[in-house]
Design a protein around this ligand. Sequence first.
Ligand SMILES: CC(C)(COP(=O)(O)OP(=O)(O)OC[C@H]1O[C@@H](n2cnc3c(N)ncnc32)[C@H](O)[C@@H]1OP(=O)(O)O)[C@@H](O)C(=O)NCCC(=O)NCCS
Length: 270
Amino acid sequence: MLREWQHDGASVPLHPGDLGWYWRFGAEATAKAVRIWRRDGRIRALGLLDGSGLARLGIAPGAAGDEDLARRLAADVSQPERGVLPQGTASVEARWRGVFHELLLDGGWELSKPWTPLVRDLAEPVADCGVRIETTGPEQASVRAAVQRAAFSRSTFTSERWHAMTTGPPYADARCLIAYDDHGVAVATATVWSAGAGRPGLLEPMGVHRDHRGHGYGRAITVASAAALRELGSSSATVCTATANVGGVATYRSAGFRPLPDVRDLRRNA
Ligand SMILES: CC(C)(COP(=O)(O)OP(=O)(O)OC[C@H]1O[C@@H](n2cnc3c(N)ncnc32)[C@H](O)[C@@H]1OP(=O)(O)O)[C@@H](O)C(=O)NCCC(=O)NCCS
């Protein structure tokens, strides 16, 4: 269902790949982290509670103007007893414009730091990235995890989590890539998530081992990710990173991604 909500031109809304990446914590944790809003029996909005007081919301096409839904969503995220967000400081990612935003802003929520969505159209073939890239299978899970931890200092990724992630339904349309340097050292990694043929795919996460930065591996793994998504049938490759992550934005641009207007989460301060 979340797959069918993906369409080109949007500012990288909640994607099946976001659920897929969360699945590293296991099926039970993922089920506990998901909230669903129905209207007339149909699912109209979905939330992923991404830990640490953040609710990432996705909405069905055409539902942005539904005022009743917007009011329900606003009440549910604002009132801790409704089991969406905890008391105190909390954030909401909602990448559509409309009544929901207005209701939260009227209720004292504020816009928080900007994020930059980026997109690369995949109509044309993607040129070779110039670096050896391999798709991760079970035997490379520990290498995949080690590069993740070397790229993101607070990462808790392990091969066990990789295995958990790959049991999730979203991973059926995903791939983990590892880039190797000329000496066979694993230097960069990325995971790409397709939402099905003709829909935007997601690149999440992407990182370069801290000891191997500044040699073009970020660009290379990002180009390879775009190529992998094209092979999976995606119409475009999308990604979103904090605007303050100057290196991340520069790397995506260098790999042929085009920045879209910045987006901001909504934040309630304690
Ligand atoms: C961001 C990151 C992927 C860059 O990797 P890298 O291998 O050093 O990047 P590259 O050498 O391929 O550089 C690609 C381009 O980005 C630019 N760039 C890279 N880091 C930069 C920085 N910190 N500031 C400004 N520009 C930067 C390079 O100059 C290059 O530009 P060019 O192609 O126009 O010359 C790496 O620092 C990293 O893994 N960071 C932590 C994880 C992360 O932020 N991931 C991305 C967002 S989820």
